[in-house]
Structures are given as C-alpha cells and as structure tokens.
Design a protein around this ligand. Structure first.
Ligand code: URA
Length: 258
C-alpha cells in the first residue's frame, strides 16, 4: 500500500483530489491524472493517489505553483465560435476559448469539450464538482446539438441512430434525434446525448453515412445558449447553477431507481 492510502480521513484533513478540485485546479477526474503524473507535491514530496492533506497547513503545489484552497466559484456561459480550442492552453499556439474571456481574473476551465471546428454553448467554471456531475454519463445530463449534414433526408437513418450505435466497441445510447430542416443534399438535425465521448455526434452521424458540415451545441441540461452571440459570454445566475445541479441529481436518481 502506498503512503497516504487506506487510512481514515482525520480531523482537519481532506482527500488531496477533492482539495484540488475544490480549489478550481481541474475537474475531479482530471486532478487524479495530475497526481498520477507526479505534477503535485505536498510539503515538497511528490503526492500519491488517495493521499490526504490538511488545508491551510500543508503546502500543496501543482507544477510548482501553490494552490491556495477554496476559491469563490464562478460560472460562465460562452458562445464558442468555430476556430477556438476548448482547452486552457495549446502547445501548437492555436487560439483557446480562454482568450475570449476578457476581464475574468479567476482561473476557469471548460466543462467537457467542444471540437475546434464546433460552435455553441460552452460552460467554464472553477467548480470541479459541477464539472464532474455535468460530464459523467451516470448523471444523464443531456447535451443538445444542431447538426448540419451532407446527404439526402432518410428517416431510416434516424431509426438506426435511435436503435443504438456502436462507437469504439461501446454501445452508445442516443437520447433523441430528428430532422428539423434542410433541403436537397444538406439536412439539419437535432441530436441529444448524455454521454461525452470525443467527437461523439460526428461519430453518430458518420455511422449512418452522414458527414457533419457544421455542429452547434444549443443546450446543456436546462441551460440554453439563447441569444448570446458568437464570442460573447455571460455569468450564470445562481438559479441557473442550481438548476444544473438539480438536473444531474434527478438524472442520477432516475438511473438508480430503475
Ligand atoms: N460531438 C462532437 O462530435 N463534437 C463536439 O464538439 C461535441 C460533440
């Protein structure tokens, strides 16, 4: 057993991964990757998974930068334009969504991903718990996309999509899909999914022979992109944040009541 594992959490202690997620470093899943990669130290020692810390007493560094503890949570909704990466940095120097958040001093990170060429609703926050509940499929929070595809309108493709698609050897359940417009060789679809694999909607369309020409996220759970224009952002209201948590709670309970 490695140091730090298998011991009860004592008074004034907290699991390192929770401390980091709470501090806005990254989502809970991602902080475990940071720890496993040896990028976190506690009092000068490289941290291990499962380790506990004493917030306010132990000195925790990520990539050599000290992590302070609790930060006020902020929640931002951005209308991501195509041509921006939904990551915090890019080794190839491409533009990231963070460059659109002028005037936001807090360190926030994107909730899930939206492809470089995709557009629409992207949430950014320093609340690792919200990131976790919105991105883990067990909470069944549906993300809705408008998709423009090349090819003729064919209802049998919708039936195929809804009957379950195998992607990367895994059966993916699509929550809903329907045609909403189009003409000739370009169709417009609405697709709702609660899973979050990379390029999921593109894979779904490709699996029935449609090539995606444009992809726009319209909704995350109860939250709609609304009238926000490309490149614009706004803070979420406390009611909107509550509604997102509530949606995840209902999804999780629904899944476990079956
Ligand atoms: N599905 C995709 O294919 N791309 C995205 O950006 C989001 C969902």
């Amino acid at each position: 057993m490695k140091e730090g594992q298998g011991r009860q959490i004592g008074a004034g202690e907290e699991r390192l991964s929770r401390f980091l997620a709470r501090s806005g470093i990254a989502s809970r899943r991602h902080v475990d990757e940071l720890i496993a990669a040896g990028r976190v130290t506690v009092n000068g020692q490289v941290a291990v998974l499962g380790q506990k810390v004493r917030p306010g007493e132990d000195k925790v560094l990520v990539d050599g930068r000290e992590v302070g503890g609790v930060e006020e949570h902020i929640y931002i909704m951005l209308h991501k334009p195509p041509g921006y990466l939904s990551t915090c940095a890019d080794p190839r120097g491409r533009r990231t969504v963070l460059s659109l958040l002028e005037g936001v001093p807090e360190r926030v990170f994107p909730v899930g991903r939206l492809d470089y060429d995709a557009e629409g609703l992207l949430l950014l926050t320093n609340d690792g718990d919200l990131t976790y509940v919105l991105t883990h499929p067990k909470h069944r929070v549906i993300k809705e996309y408008a998709v423009w595809v090349a090819g003729p309108k064919d209802e049998s493709k919708i039936r195929d999509i809804l009957s379950g698609i195998i992607i990367g050897g895994k059966n993916v359940q699509v929550d809903y899909a329907r045609f909403t417009g189009g003409s000739g060789l370009m169709q417009e679809l609405i697709i709702g999914v609660h899973e979050g694999q990379k390029h999921l909607v593109k894979h779904i369309c490709h699996s029935v022979g449609y090539e995606v020409k444009r992809l726009k996220r319209l909704k995350i759970g109860p939250l709609r992109l609304g009238a926000l224009r490309k490149g614009e952002w706004r803070y979420l209201s406390p009611g909107e944040v509550k509604a997102l948590y509530e949606e995840a709670r209902k999804g999780w309970e629904g899944e476990h009541d079956k």
